[in-house]
Design a protein around this ligand. Structure first.
Ligand SMILES: [Zn+2]
Length: 460
């Protein structure tokens, strides 16, 4: 990877077929100016002719196209299958740069030897008699490429960047009253975009570090602690885990490749496809595994995007996840209360109009510190987790707290409709928790706050 500095050059400008006087330019192109990469490309347009001569052995070849030089703005990558070829390319580059008065920053120029297993690299590489540093990984165009071709470190780096973006978002959010739904929207655009950068390439990785960032933000938005299972967070916010989103993105990219057959990329894909057929595990074999897993074997076998549209694939991926999600909330003992009223995966409406959701989300997730929950951690048997606010000698659970406990009768009649203030039953509790009515949810929220206040005074 070569980092070059454009130093000094004499220029003449042609206008109306007339050339101006020559003048010196010591400044190079302007940093951040959209025109700069284009001007730089004009300037180094002939690099390919100078470097291409007598280089063709031990160079990566794709259907007759030799891949040994990639240019993007002032970033240059040289490839070789052997150390000799790579050194040869460095020497050619030096001749070219000397000819055109371009300076390469050797300190920023690194060599990565891609290989299986950790074998030390015992070859030295030089540019202009200066030894180049051999490193295990390098960030090219924002993506960390590791010597073993795996993406563990790539996702770790993106998670670090995402974490910084998230902290800055959280700080900003503290200054405004924004609903949880809007907060999630901001997360998607300001942090999700960082976490999913270039995931079409690396996204098969489970990327636990990245998922953790997402979980942390969901907890922040719902004001919940670590003890709440992630399937509650996703269900309440109607937010898919990021590995599901990546899967959809990768399949979309695959459809783009087999439909539009972009030059070079499609050639690379065909190589991967052939290797996958021969039993290798690679990007193409991962695509095949996802499609088989979705029951879409024919789509892989046809290799034809007209057999299916991306929305159908996306829906299949989502539906497959929702089946797992539904099983998770039903099998999770902590969510035995939640799974009784949460039947479908979508963002709960109250999150779009209530800002202070803390007590409500705790109540819904079964983590409001009622004795039924606290007793679990204090090893108190279930039948002894009684309400301390009344003399009914019954278990203090969500049902008792919302509809029964006489200690909260006054606030119950103040905030909740009459229907919920007498003849309590289980159906009424589920009914109020599933309410789609905005006014009823606000009433429930106000009731929970007031009742919790009373409880805190009695219990403390
Ligand atoms: Zn009570």
């Amino acid at each position: 990877m070569v980092n070059s500095i454009y130093s000094s050059v004499r220029l003449r400008v042609r206008s109306g077929g007339v050339l101006s006087e020559a003048f010196d330019n010591h400044l190079g192109v302007k940093q951040g100016e959209p025109l700069s990469p284009l001007l730089f490309l004009f300037f180094i347009n002939d690099i390919i002719q100078d470097i291409s001569t007598d280089v063709n052995e031990d160079v990566i070849s794709l259907n007759g196209i030799l891949i040994y030089l990639i240019l993007f703005a002032d970033d240059t990558v040289l490839f070789g299958k052997t150390p000799t070829v790579l050194q040869h390319l460095f020497d050619k580059l030096l001749l070219y740069c000397n000819k055109w008065n371009i300076e390469v920053n050797a300190d920023k120029t690194k060599v990565v030897v891609f290989r299986n297993g950790f074998r030390p690299v015992d070859t030295n590489f030089y540019y202009d008699n200066k030894e180049l540093q051999v490193v295990n990984s390098y960030v090219y165009l924002g993506v960390l490429l590791h010597y073993n071709g795996k993406f563990l470190h790539t996702q770790k780096r993106l998670a670090q960047q995402g974490s910084r973006a998230m902290s800055s978002l959280m700080n900003s959010l503290k200054q405004f009253f924004i609903t949880p739904e809007e907060q999630m929207f901001l997360f998607d655009s300001m942090v999700g975009s960082v976490l999913g950068y270039a995931s079409e390439i690396w996204g098969f990785h489970r990327a636990k570090d990245i998922e953790l960032i997402h979980n942390r933000f969901c907890r922040f938005v719902l004001k919940l602690g670590r003890n709440v299972p992630t399937c509650f967070l996703y269900g309440e916010l109607g937010h898919l885990p990021l590995f599901i989103v990546r899967k959809q993105k990768i399949l979309k990219y695959w459809l783009h490749i087999i439909t539009n057959k972009p030059k070079v990329v499609y050639d690379v894909y065909k190589l991967l496809y052939d290797d996958a057929i021969n039993g290798y595990v690679n990007w193409a074999s991962n695509i095949r595994d996802i499609l088989y897993d979705l029951g879409l074997n024919y789509v892989w076998l046809n290799q034809d995007a007209t057999t299916i549209c991306i929305n159908t694939i996306k829906t299949r991926i989502k539906d497959q996840y929702l089946q797992n999600w539904s099983t998770s909330i039903q099998e999770c003992s902590k969510l035995s209360f939640y799974c009784r009223f949460k039947l479908t995966f979508y963002i709960e409406k109250y999150l779009s109009y209530i800002n202070n959701v803390s007590l409500l989300t705790k109540l819904r997730s079964g983590t409001l510190k009622l004795n039924i929950e606290v007793g679990r951690y204090n090893n108190i048997s279930r039948e002894n987790r009684l309400c301390e606010c009344c003399k009914m000698c019954v278990i203090e659970d969500e049902y008792h707290f919302v509809l029964v406990c006489p200690a909260y009768r006054s606030v119950r009649t103040q905030f909740l409709p009459k229907y919920y203030c007498s003849w309590p039953n289980d159906r009424k509790l589920l009914n109020i928790l599933q309410a789609s009515s905005k006014s009823l949810m606000i009433k429930l929220c106000n009731y929970v706050k007031a009742a919790w206040n009373i409880r805190s005074n009695i219990v403390s």
